[in-house]
Design a protein around this ligand. Structure first.
Ligand SMILES: [Zn+2]
Length: 338
Protein backbone atom coordinates (compact mmCIF):
# COMPACT_ATOMS: atom_id res chain seq x y z
CA UNK A 1 0.00 0.00 0.00
CA UNK A 2 2.84 2.40 0.76
CA UNK A 3 4.44 4.11 -2.20
CA UNK A 4 6.87 6.67 -0.78
CA UNK A 5 9.61 6.11 1.74
CA UNK A 6 10.77 9.09 3.77
CA UNK A 7 14.02 8.77 5.69
CA UNK A 8 14.79 10.72 8.81
CA UNK A 9 18.03 12.71 9.06
CA UNK A 10 18.84 10.40 11.99
CA UNK A 11 19.69 6.99 10.50
CA UNK A 12 18.58 5.09 13.61
CA UNK A 13 14.95 6.26 13.18
CA UNK A 14 12.81 3.87 11.09
CA UNK A 15 11.60 5.29 7.78
CA UNK A 16 8.11 6.70 7.28
CA UNK A 17 6.26 4.76 4.57
CA UNK A 18 3.50 6.91 3.08
CA UNK A 19 0.40 5.61 1.28
CA UNK A 20 -0.79 7.28 -1.99
CA UNK A 21 -3.47 9.27 -0.10
CA UNK A 22 -0.86 11.03 2.03
CA UNK A 23 0.93 12.51 -0.99
CA UNK A 24 0.40 15.91 -2.60
CA UNK A 25 -2.37 16.16 -5.18
CA UNK A 26 0.27 17.05 -7.81
CA UNK A 27 2.39 13.97 -7.04
CA UNK A 28 2.47 11.37 -9.85
CA UNK A 29 1.82 8.60 -7.30
CA UNK A 30 -1.04 10.42 -5.58
CA UNK A 31 -4.17 8.32 -5.41
CA UNK A 32 -7.24 8.82 -3.28
CA UNK A 33 -10.46 6.83 -3.32
CA UNK A 34 -13.45 8.53 -1.68
CA UNK A 35 -15.19 5.23 -0.96
CA UNK A 36 -12.15 3.32 0.27
CA UNK A 37 -9.99 5.85 2.12
CA UNK A 38 -10.60 7.93 5.28
CA UNK A 39 -11.83 11.51 4.67
CA UNK A 40 -9.34 13.62 2.77
CA UNK A 41 -7.82 16.80 4.13
CA UNK A 42 -10.02 19.18 2.10
CA UNK A 43 -8.57 22.37 0.57
CA UNK A 44 -10.68 24.44 3.02
CA UNK A 45 -9.08 22.52 5.87
CA UNK A 46 -5.58 23.61 4.86
CA UNK A 47 -6.88 27.15 4.38
CA UNK A 48 -8.56 27.31 7.78
CA UNK A 49 -5.31 26.21 9.43
CA UNK A 50 -3.54 29.05 7.62
CA UNK A 51 -6.33 31.44 8.67
CA UNK A 52 -5.89 30.62 12.36
CA UNK A 53 -2.09 30.74 11.95
CA UNK A 54 -2.44 34.32 10.64
CA UNK A 55 -5.18 35.21 13.10
CA UNK A 56 -2.87 34.83 16.10
CA UNK A 57 -3.58 33.55 19.59
CA UNK A 58 -7.18 33.27 20.77
CA UNK A 59 -7.93 35.42 23.82
CA UNK A 60 -9.32 33.60 26.81
CA UNK A 61 -12.35 35.93 26.94
CA UNK A 62 -13.19 35.05 23.33
CA UNK A 63 -13.97 31.45 24.29
CA UNK A 64 -17.64 30.62 24.43
CA UNK A 65 -19.47 29.41 27.53
CA UNK A 66 -22.80 27.66 27.21
CA UNK A 67 -23.40 28.73 23.59
CA UNK A 68 -25.04 26.04 21.43
CA UNK A 69 -23.01 25.96 18.19
CA UNK A 70 -25.78 24.07 16.37
CA UNK A 71 -28.02 27.13 16.70
CA UNK A 72 -25.69 29.17 14.48
CA UNK A 73 -27.25 30.55 11.30
CA UNK A 74 -25.09 32.76 9.11
CA UNK A 75 -27.93 35.19 8.32
CA UNK A 76 -29.52 35.36 11.79
CA UNK A 77 -27.53 37.87 13.91
CA UNK A 78 -29.29 36.74 17.11
CA UNK A 79 -27.40 33.43 16.83
CA UNK A 80 -23.99 35.16 16.57
CA UNK A 81 -22.18 34.79 19.89
CA UNK A 82 -19.53 37.52 19.57
CA UNK A 83 -21.18 40.90 19.81
CA UNK A 84 -20.48 44.19 21.46
CA UNK A 85 -17.12 44.45 23.22
CA UNK A 86 -16.18 40.79 22.78
CA UNK A 87 -14.56 40.53 19.39
CA UNK A 88 -14.74 37.40 17.28
CA UNK A 89 -11.36 35.61 17.03
CA UNK A 90 -9.56 36.97 13.98
CA UNK A 91 -8.74 33.47 12.67
CA UNK A 92 -12.45 32.68 12.58
CA UNK A 93 -13.14 35.85 10.62
CA UNK A 94 -10.58 34.75 8.02
CA UNK A 95 -11.95 31.19 8.02
CA UNK A 96 -15.49 32.38 7.28
CA UNK A 97 -14.21 34.51 4.41
CA UNK A 98 -12.31 31.47 3.06
CA UNK A 99 -15.54 29.46 3.12
CA UNK A 100 -17.30 32.17 1.07
CA UNK A 101 -14.46 32.23 -1.44
CA UNK A 102 -14.62 28.45 -1.84
CA UNK A 103 -18.38 28.59 -2.53
CA UNK A 104 -17.68 30.99 -5.40
CA UNK A 105 -14.70 29.01 -6.67
CA UNK A 106 -16.66 25.75 -6.74
CA UNK A 107 -19.56 27.15 -8.82
CA UNK A 108 -17.82 26.06 -12.00
CA UNK A 109 -17.95 22.38 -10.94
CA UNK A 110 -21.77 22.37 -10.81
CA UNK A 111 -21.99 24.26 -14.07
CA UNK A 112 -19.76 21.65 -15.79
CA UNK A 113 -21.03 18.62 -13.89
CA UNK A 114 -20.57 16.25 -16.84
CA UNK A 115 -17.16 17.55 -17.90
CA UNK A 116 -14.36 15.44 -16.46
CA UNK A 117 -11.70 17.90 -17.61
CA UNK A 118 -13.27 20.43 -15.19
CA UNK A 119 -14.09 18.01 -12.36
CA UNK A 120 -10.49 16.82 -12.22
CA UNK A 121 -9.72 20.07 -10.36
CA UNK A 122 -12.54 19.62 -7.83
CA UNK A 123 -11.85 18.32 -4.31
CA UNK A 124 -12.11 14.51 -4.44
CA UNK A 125 -15.24 14.18 -2.29
CA UNK A 126 -17.13 16.86 -4.21
CA UNK A 127 -16.09 15.40 -7.58
CA UNK A 128 -17.38 11.97 -6.53
CA UNK A 129 -20.74 13.36 -5.37
CA UNK A 130 -21.17 15.38 -8.59
CA UNK A 131 -20.32 12.37 -10.79
CA UNK A 132 -22.83 10.28 -8.85
CA UNK A 133 -25.51 12.97 -9.22
CA UNK A 134 -24.84 13.27 -12.97
CA UNK A 135 -25.91 9.66 -13.38
CA UNK A 136 -29.29 10.09 -11.67
CA UNK A 137 -32.55 10.18 -13.65
CA UNK A 138 -32.83 13.93 -12.98
CA UNK A 139 -29.18 15.02 -12.98
CA UNK A 140 -30.00 18.73 -12.78
CA UNK A 141 -31.99 18.30 -9.58
CA UNK A 142 -29.43 15.85 -8.13
CA UNK A 143 -26.48 18.17 -8.81
CA UNK A 144 -28.29 21.12 -7.24
CA UNK A 145 -28.90 18.98 -4.15
CA UNK A 146 -25.14 18.29 -3.94
CA UNK A 147 -24.52 22.01 -4.24
CA UNK A 148 -27.04 22.84 -1.52
CA UNK A 149 -25.39 20.39 0.89
CA UNK A 150 -21.92 21.69 0.08
CA UNK A 151 -22.98 25.30 0.66
CA UNK A 152 -24.64 24.38 3.94
CA UNK A 153 -21.33 22.83 4.99
CA UNK A 154 -19.42 26.03 4.21
CA UNK A 155 -22.05 28.42 5.58
CA UNK A 156 -23.31 26.64 8.67
CA UNK A 157 -21.65 23.36 9.61
CA UNK A 158 -18.02 24.55 9.42
CA UNK A 159 -18.42 27.98 11.06
CA UNK A 160 -21.16 26.91 13.47
CA UNK A 161 -21.29 23.27 14.49
CA UNK A 162 -17.53 22.83 14.05
CA UNK A 163 -15.49 26.02 14.63
CA UNK A 164 -17.76 27.63 17.23
CA UNK A 165 -17.87 24.27 18.98
CA UNK A 166 -14.09 24.07 19.40
CA UNK A 167 -13.90 27.74 20.42
CA UNK A 168 -15.74 26.88 23.63
CA UNK A 169 -14.32 26.93 27.16
CA UNK A 170 -15.20 23.23 27.35
CA UNK A 171 -13.18 22.47 24.17
CA UNK A 172 -10.10 24.60 23.35
CA UNK A 173 -10.46 26.03 26.86
CA UNK A 174 -9.49 22.63 28.31
CA UNK A 175 -6.06 22.95 26.63
CA UNK A 176 -5.36 26.45 27.95
CA UNK A 177 -6.72 26.13 31.48
CA UNK A 178 -3.31 26.17 33.17
CA UNK A 179 -1.70 28.65 30.78
CA UNK A 180 -0.82 32.01 32.29
CA UNK A 181 -2.23 35.25 30.89
CA UNK A 182 -5.28 36.42 28.99
CA UNK A 183 -3.91 35.39 25.56
CA UNK A 184 -2.13 32.02 25.62
CA UNK A 185 0.56 32.18 22.90
CA UNK A 186 2.82 29.39 21.63
CA UNK A 187 5.25 29.59 24.57
CA UNK A 188 2.47 29.39 27.09
CA UNK A 189 0.60 26.66 25.15
CA UNK A 190 3.74 24.52 24.90
CA UNK A 191 4.36 24.68 28.65
CA UNK A 192 1.24 22.58 29.16
CA UNK A 193 0.90 20.77 25.83
CA UNK A 194 3.65 19.10 23.80
CA UNK A 195 4.38 17.73 20.34
CA UNK A 196 6.50 14.66 20.89
CA UNK A 197 8.48 12.66 18.33
CA UNK A 198 7.83 8.93 18.79
CA UNK A 199 8.39 5.64 17.03
CA UNK A 200 5.13 3.71 17.17
CA UNK A 201 5.13 -0.08 16.83
CA UNK A 202 2.35 -2.68 16.60
CA UNK A 203 1.27 -5.10 19.33
CA UNK A 204 3.45 -7.93 17.99
CA UNK A 205 6.59 -5.85 18.45
CA UNK A 206 8.45 -5.35 21.71
CA UNK A 207 9.12 -1.59 22.02
CA UNK A 208 12.14 -2.22 24.29
CA UNK A 209 13.74 -4.50 21.72
CA UNK A 210 13.27 -1.82 19.04
CA UNK A 211 14.77 0.91 21.21
CA UNK A 212 17.77 -1.33 22.06
CA UNK A 213 18.38 -2.42 18.46
CA UNK A 214 18.14 1.10 17.12
CA UNK A 215 19.70 2.87 20.06
CA UNK A 216 16.63 5.07 20.59
CA UNK A 217 15.44 6.48 23.93
CA UNK A 218 12.95 3.87 25.16
CA UNK A 219 10.67 6.60 26.55
CA UNK A 220 9.75 7.45 22.96
CA UNK A 221 9.24 3.99 21.46
CA UNK A 222 5.66 2.94 22.18
CA UNK A 223 3.00 0.57 21.06
CA UNK A 224 0.37 2.45 19.08
CA UNK A 225 -2.29 0.76 21.24
CA UNK A 226 -0.95 2.57 24.35
CA UNK A 227 -2.12 5.96 23.04
CA UNK A 228 -5.53 7.58 23.52
CA UNK A 229 -6.76 7.29 19.91
CA UNK A 230 -6.62 3.48 20.17
CA UNK A 231 -8.78 3.52 23.28
CA UNK A 232 -11.99 5.20 22.19
CA UNK A 233 -15.41 3.79 21.26
CA UNK A 234 -14.52 3.80 17.57
CA UNK A 235 -10.74 3.65 17.53
CA UNK A 236 -8.74 4.58 14.46
CA UNK A 237 -5.34 3.11 13.72
CA UNK A 238 -2.48 4.34 11.56
CA UNK A 239 -3.08 1.19 9.48
CA UNK A 240 -6.57 2.53 8.59
CA UNK A 241 -4.69 5.30 6.79
CA UNK A 242 -2.26 2.87 5.17
CA UNK A 243 0.66 3.87 7.41
CA UNK A 244 2.93 0.89 8.15
CA UNK A 245 4.46 0.34 11.59
CA UNK A 246 7.03 0.91 12.94
CA UNK A 247 6.60 4.56 12.00
CA UNK A 248 8.14 7.82 13.25
CA UNK A 249 5.11 9.95 14.13
CA UNK A 250 4.44 13.25 15.90
CA UNK A 251 2.20 12.73 18.93
CA UNK A 252 0.31 15.56 20.61
CA UNK A 253 0.35 15.29 24.42
CA UNK A 254 -2.36 17.55 25.76
CA UNK A 255 -3.14 19.16 29.07
CA UNK A 256 -6.46 17.37 29.01
CA UNK A 257 -4.45 14.14 29.53
CA UNK A 258 -4.70 12.64 26.03
CA UNK A 259 -2.02 11.52 23.58
CA UNK A 260 -3.15 11.71 19.96
CA UNK A 261 -0.90 10.94 16.98
CA UNK A 262 -0.98 13.38 14.05
CA UNK A 263 -1.42 11.14 11.03
CA UNK A 264 0.38 12.09 7.79
CA UNK A 265 -2.44 12.38 5.26
CA UNK A 266 -3.65 14.53 2.35
CA UNK A 267 -0.33 16.41 1.99
CA UNK A 268 -0.63 17.46 5.65
CA UNK A 269 -1.53 15.88 9.01
CA UNK A 270 -4.84 14.95 10.54
CA UNK A 271 -5.54 14.54 14.24
CA UNK A 272 -6.56 11.05 15.34
CA UNK A 273 -8.82 12.23 18.18
CA UNK A 274 -12.44 10.99 18.27
CA UNK A 275 -13.91 14.49 17.74
CA UNK A 276 -12.09 14.83 14.41
CA UNK A 277 -12.43 11.21 13.36
CA UNK A 278 -16.08 10.57 14.17
CA UNK A 279 -17.65 13.13 11.82
CA UNK A 280 -16.21 13.79 8.34
CA UNK A 281 -17.82 17.26 8.14
CA UNK A 282 -15.44 18.55 10.83
CA UNK A 283 -12.43 20.33 9.39
CA UNK A 284 -10.69 21.18 12.68
CA UNK A 285 -10.45 19.90 16.26
CA UNK A 286 -9.18 21.75 19.35
CA UNK A 287 -5.77 20.05 18.95
CA UNK A 288 -5.44 21.27 15.36
CA UNK A 289 -6.50 24.74 16.51
CA UNK A 290 -3.70 24.65 19.08
CA UNK A 291 -1.22 23.44 16.42
CA UNK A 292 -2.32 26.29 14.12
CA UNK A 293 -1.69 28.91 16.80
CA UNK A 294 1.71 27.38 17.62
CA UNK A 295 2.69 27.22 13.92
CA UNK A 296 1.49 30.80 13.41
CA UNK A 297 3.63 32.02 16.30
CA UNK A 298 6.64 30.18 14.82
CA UNK A 299 5.79 31.46 11.33
CA UNK A 300 6.14 27.96 9.90
CA UNK A 301 3.94 25.27 8.36
CA UNK A 302 5.90 22.69 10.41
CA UNK A 303 4.78 21.88 13.95
CA UNK A 304 7.83 22.37 16.22
CA UNK A 305 9.12 19.29 18.02
CA UNK A 306 8.87 19.79 21.79
CA UNK A 307 10.92 16.69 22.66
CA UNK A 308 11.54 13.08 21.68
CA UNK A 309 12.77 11.43 18.51
CA UNK A 310 13.62 13.48 15.44
CA UNK A 311 10.78 12.43 13.16
CA UNK A 312 11.05 13.31 9.43
CA UNK A 313 9.86 16.80 8.45
CA UNK A 314 6.92 15.23 6.62
CA UNK A 315 5.59 13.95 9.97
CA UNK A 316 5.51 17.56 11.25
CA UNK A 317 4.19 19.36 8.16
CA UNK A 318 0.80 20.73 9.08
CA UNK A 319 -0.27 22.41 5.82
CA UNK A 320 0.27 21.66 2.14
CA UNK A 321 3.09 23.92 0.87
CA UNK A 322 1.18 24.35 -2.38
CA UNK A 323 -1.85 25.81 -0.57
CA UNK A 324 0.34 27.77 1.88
CA UNK A 325 1.92 29.79 -0.95
CA UNK A 326 -1.37 30.54 -2.70
CA UNK A 327 -3.73 31.25 0.19
CA UNK A 328 -4.27 34.83 1.30
CA UNK A 329 -6.21 35.21 4.55
CA UNK A 330 -8.86 37.90 4.20
CA UNK A 331 -11.92 39.13 6.05
CA UNK A 332 -15.46 39.07 4.67
CA UNK A 333 -15.86 41.63 1.92
CA UNK A 334 -12.44 40.76 0.55
CA UNK A 335 -10.33 42.95 2.80
CA UNK A 336 -6.83 41.46 2.90
CA UNK A 337 -4.86 40.78 6.03
CA UNK A 338 -4.12 44.04 7.91
ZN1 LIG B 1 -7.85 16.36 17.73
Amino acid sequence: MSCRTIHSADGSVPHLALPPGALAHMDRDYDYDVDRDPPNVEPIEHQIRLDFMHGGAVHRDQLLGDYNPWSYKADTPATHPWRGVTQKPRGLDYAEASCDVRIREEETFYEHADDDTVLVDAPAYLAARIREASEQSDPHEAVSEVRKNREKWYQELIPGANLRQILKESSYGSLVEKCIGPTPDANSLLEHNAFVGMVLVNDDTDPDAVSRERDLDSAYVLRESALSHANTDEPVALADYGIELPAPILVGEYDSGSQYPLIPWGDALTCSCPYKQSAPFRVMCKHELLASIVCGDHDSIFIPLTRGIHVPHRARRFVSPEIAVSHLPQTAGGHPLP
